[in-house]
Design a protein around this ligand. Structure first.
Ligand SMILES: C[S@@+](CC[C@H](N)C(=O)[O-])C[C@H]1O[C@@H](n2cnc3c(N)ncnc32)[C@H](O)[C@@H]1O
Length: 258
């Protein structure tokens, strides 16, 4: 019988951390203190905390999680629908550190790309990347709405992982009013509707609200994509702020009536 190999030993730093965690679990409040210290020491977490404390008008999802090429099918579908336009104007609402806009550039090499976000630290990272890799047709703007952009000026707008809140995801409460009321999401959708050209495309995913429940976007025809059908949204809230039981939605691409 072959000799069993010994279990690989944990690195020393991991063992020390685990030891500290065990100690902390024995001391009342130590875990909470540890979490608080972690939040206080990490500049990214501090930026999120500040945003949540200040709660600027229009704040939706306060967490800036994002990554490169997060929605490949959606980006490709959008590029396909915009193919007849020489220089499409595209807005990423809630662009975080710019990963979304940088990914979109690969699908839309000739587009004018605008990213807006409320988180100065995430946006600073986007701007720093842009300064290091100049792109004359890309810009970022620190803002919580699109009022500085001309009306009906975008061919496409993306609001991805924005019309949601991490605390709704974590607790799945019956009523979303205290965390992110329906009215907040519909105000954002009305703002986006005003900036979208007639016939323009709105992409919404990872949302807790249905686009067509909002007055401004109620008449937008909707499309699904294979990825959204395979894994539809299943934590949804209605216009009364109550969780929609047993309801899912795979609608991801919406078109403003011409
Ligand atoms: C989870 S990230 C989404 C990033 C990217 N869209 C994605 O899907 O990977 C949500 C972002 O929305 C931003 N945000 C929340 N409310 C906003 C608002 N009213 N205006 C602009 N950005 C907002 C947050 O600061 C955060 O960076």
């Amino acid at each position: 019988m072959p000799a069993r190999l010994p279990e690989p030993s944990q690195p020393r730093a991991t063992r020390r951390l685990e030891h500290l965690r065990k100690l902390a679990r024995r001391v009342p409040f130590a875990m909470n203190l540890g979490r608080w210290l972690h939040r206080w020491l990490d500049p990214d977490l501090r930026a999120i905390e500040r945003l949540r404390r200040q709660a600027p008008a229009g704040l939706l999802q306060p967490f800036p999680d994002t990554f490169d090429d997060r929605y490949p099918e959606l980006f490709a579908a959008l590029a396909h629908r915009l193919r007849g336009i020489e220089r499409p104007r595209v807005l990423s609402f809630g662009c975080s550190d710019g990963a979304e806009l940088r990914s979109l550039r690969r699908y839309l090499p000739h587009a004018e790309l605008v990213g807006i976000d409320l988180n100065p630290r995430a946006l600073g990272r986007a701007q720093a990347h842009l300064a290091a890799h100049p792109d004359a047709l890309m810009r970022y703007h620190l803002a919580g709405d699109t009022r500085d952009e001309p009306r009906e000026s975008f061919d496409a707008i993306l609001a991805l992982a924005v019309l949601r809140h991490g605390e709704l995801e974590a607790g799945r409460p019956v009523d979303c009013a205290d965390i992110l009321p329906f009215a907040q999401a519909t105000a954002a959708l009305a703002d986006l509707d005003a900036r979208l050209k007639p016939g323009g495309w709105l992409a919404v995913w990872h949302a807790h609200y249905r686009v067509r429940d909002a007055a401004a976007t109620a008449a937008y025809p909707a499309e699904t994509l294979p990825f959204s059908q395979a894994d539809p949204l299943d934590l949804l809230y209605g216009s009364d702020n109550l969780r929609l039981e047993g309801v899912t939605s795979a609608e991801v691409l919406f078109r403003k009536p011409a």
